[in-house]
Design a protein around this ligand. Sequence first.
Ligand code: G4P
Length: 532
Amino acid sequence: MTTKEEISRRRTFGIISHPDAGKTTLTEKLLLFGGAIQTAGAVKSNKITKSATSDFMEIERQRGISVATSVMAFDYNGYRVNLLDTPGHKDFAEDTYRTLTAVDSVILVIDCVKGVEMQTEKLMEVCRMRNTPVIVFINKMDRDGQDPFDLLDELESKLNIKVRPLSWPISMGKTFQGVYNLYSKNLHLFRPNKTAVEKDVIQISDLQDPLFDEYTGKYAEQCRKDVELIEGVYEPFNRQQYLDGTLAPVFFGSAVNNFGVKELLEAFLEIAPPPKEKESNARQIQPMEEKFSGFVFKIHANLDPRHRDRIAFIRICSGKLVRNNNFHHVRLGKKLKFNTPVNFMAQEKNVIEEAYAGDVVGLYDTGNFKIGDTLTEGEDFMFKGIPNFSPELFREVINKDPMKAKQLEKGLMQLTEEGVAQLFIQQPGNRKIIGTVGELQFEVIQHRLLHEYGATCDYHSMSLYKACWVSSTNQKELERFCNYKASSIARDKDDNIVFLADTRFTLNSIMEIYKDLNFSFISEHNSKSFQR
Ligand code: G4P
């Protein structure tokens, strides 16, 4: 296969959901279809095995949360599917946001009983910012959930996206009959716990066909009415709108029963985008370009406690990565060579000879990488759009052991480079303030500082509303502001100016006064320029 053929058969996506909606179950069923795993339960047990081998993971195991964003690749119908798993727990939302920069599309899982939940809304906001194409899978149809039309309305109003059902449930809960596929015009009968789903697909191109009544009994009439309503209310599915991120096709199913999953996967492969172009500070980078480029979206440390290794996850954006070739680390201006790049096939890590645009590879790292770094074959450009969002919780770090100040400093630098949390430094006094999106990270940092760096710390809590990155073309105004608000000004790790706003009110009034300044809740890794 040529490089171009390899690239065009890649589909790289993530599954997102509010915890408990069924993301892990759906992932597992997709992997079963792809032949990447042989038994149900393998995905969850994989999480436990990992946690047993590392102290850091032990924290997560105790809390029953999967923190690891893993990558799973498999082949299906000629496609190479790269599935990037995302932690559902809200404390690790930043990790998920960054993973979303490395996918070309997402599948959003909704629990039909609970509808759109808080985390669903947040994750979708990130997708909407990036115009990521979204397919919705409404799960748990074997339970008595909300009316499907109400669910569609809720999706549109809360997620701010148009939806278009491509399958339709026939009843639900105990009387769930199955789904009618509006796209391929066939009936898919529900048989709980069956794995051989294909046999239950019955071709019925006309819903008036008496065969339809034969299979779905008294529910046939309601389904006819529903479908008539759908065809009347919703415009025909338009793939371009889906690709533009403005229209989300919707499927119904039950992941745990293996129902609707194959249909979802096949529809996904038919409509989802191949690797997309990506913006850099110099130009648009096309996936089909001959030369390799990619960026780091995740760093996972201490996978193996005996070696204290770090692994940098690189999303390849163009060309192909070849083992042992020389690559250019743009930020450091350094040549690097990788003799053991790995890919991930469900539980396994394998050393690879080459990988293509769309793929995610793991590179063993001895401290060269931080999140957002770009690798090329020599050209100097940096990929854009790897965001830092304002943290929600802030604490000042207090060193408990003055003899270990260096270790603490190094640990904080490295952990925040990995993206565990954000670090802000305030003068005078070099005060270190850590910002996170969840409580859990503070404990993770304390634990890892102690176990990996031998440093101990305490926290002083700080009551802050948000961190705001401030920029302006009016240098005088910026200086005036920094002097006036000196006690609330800090610098992030790229030396950008950050305003630590204590309340929303303060921020609003400051924005009123300093009209020449840009205040942003988002900044970019490795970047000194950003928009409001
Ligand atoms: P998550 O990764 O999004 O957090 O969700 P996960 O897949 O772990 O699923 C959460 C719970 O929902 C699990 O039950 C799972 O079995 C159940 N579930 C997933 N899909 C369906 C479905 O289609 N129908 C029904 N009725 N339940 C479903 P659990 O009791 O928490 O775990 P387990 O003991 O079943 O593994």
